[in-house]
Design a binder for this molecule. Structure first.
Ligand code: GLY
Length: 373
């Protein structure tokens, strides 16, 4: 599971706290320390395996368990990520995910199935805690690939999913704090505009309500889980599920439900996915890029690292570059090949989870830049 510290660390680079100027080429050649971790050991792996983002240790364990029991790889990855979707402590996915600017949780997810080369996805899905399962039913039960908004919710109802409020007390308070501190020109008092109480107050004590959210929680955050699996016979599936960018404009879709952006697989080649700044994964078709690179002979580690460099190189908008020459965006990249080789990279320090015949573990990604200054 992603710890809050890891979640906020990855969020920091996706948000406003990093500042950068200069492109990838010059910065990597001259001013940057270069990759902090030379990973790549996964390239030598062969045989069935499951990989996921760093918050997916329990997901890869579960998916591998199901893989051994002979389940379709799409079921394995969907049931794996379900654990994280159900976890209120992971504020990047499913139940307890951070909401949009109106305080409503909108979830995106996709599943791609290698053997049929078919995908299913949902976007801006409200009130359903397991969007990956709904996406799998879009894949299996419809002749479509993507349902969004009210249509996705209607479909989920028809499939028998129960509706619920996806906000937890923690995510509600994080949203409220963000909203109140957004601008001094509105009628919500920022924290520094509020007068201290003369004694205990009902809203802070005894429940400690407002005190449970620290200032880091009001940053703009991204978080997601991607999971890819390859069976002993080389069949592949991938799944990406998310609550998307926190405080997003209602209706915003990220990369997770967009096949080729946050999730893609080809049963003849491999599977790949991304977590992080979805807008960048969309314009770079990052998941498709990794699979195409593997088809052209790159290893999974090479494919993931090239996709990370490409994203930085193509970050042309001035908002995505800071004054210190470092990218002001964060994204991680995961790739697994049909034979079981795997790799992961990230723009800043990150982690990924993998399960194979030797067990499940979390490893560092190969990072282009160190988060430490
Ligand atoms: N990668 C998740 C999102 O941007 O929505």
């Amino acid at each position: 599971m992603t710890t809050r510290r890891e979640f906020l660390a990855s969020a920091t680079v996706a948000g406003t706290s990093l500042a950068v100027t200069g492109g990838l080429t010059s910065s990597l050649r001259a001013t940057q320390p270069g990759p902090t971790v030379k990973n790549g050991a996964g390239d030598a792996h062969r045989g069935p395996c499951v990989i996921a983002s760093g918050n997916g240790l329990r997901a890869v364990e579960r998916a591998m368990e199901l893989l051994r029991q002979g389940y379709d790889p799409a079921d394995c990855v969907v049931q794996g990520v379900r654990i994280v979707e159900d976890d209120p402590e992971d504020m990047s996915v499913g139940y307890g995910g951070l909401p949009n600017e109106d305080g409503i949780v909108e979830l995106d997810a996709s599943v791609m199935h290698g053997p049929t080369h078919k995908s299913g996805a949902v976007g801006c899905l409200r009130n359903i805690r397991n969007p990956a399962q709904v996406a799998l039913l879009v894949l299996r039960r419809t002749n479509h690939c993507l349902l969004v908004g009210d249509g996705a919710l209607t479909f989920a109802r028809q499939m028998g999913f129960a509706e619920q409020d996806l906000m937890t007390e923690k995510s509600r308070l994080a949203w409220l704090k963000w909203k109140a501190n957004t601008s001094k020109d509105d009628f919500w008092l920022d924290d520094d505009q509020r007068d201290p109480p003369a004694g205990k107050t009902w809203d802070q004590d005894p429940a400690g309500r407002l005190s449970v959210v620290d200032t880091a929680d009001v940053m703009r955050l991204t978080g997601t889980i991607h999971c890819s699996a390859v069976t002993a016979t080389g069949d592949i599936a991938g799944c990406t599920t998310t609550s998307g960018l926190s405080w997003k404009i209602p209706g915003r879709l990220g990369d997770s439900p967009i096949i080729g952006a946050g999730n893609y697989c080809d049963n003849d080649v491999g599977s790949a996915g991304c977590t992080g700044r979805g807008e960048s994964a969309i314009v770079n078709l990052s998941a498709y890029t990794m699979v195409m690179l593997m088809e052209q002979g790159k290893t999974p580690q090479e494919a993931a690292t090239i996709a990370a460099k490409r994203m930085v190189d193509k970050a042309k908008e001035k908002r995505l570059k800071g004054p210190d020459g470092r990218p002001a965006l964060g994204c991680s990249f995961y790739a697994v090949r049909k034979d079981g080789a795997y790799g992961a990279a990230s723009i800043y320090d990150g982690s990924f989870a993998v399960a194979d015949s030797t067990g499940a573990r979390v490893l560092p990604t190969e990072a282009l830049y160190s988060s430490k200054r």
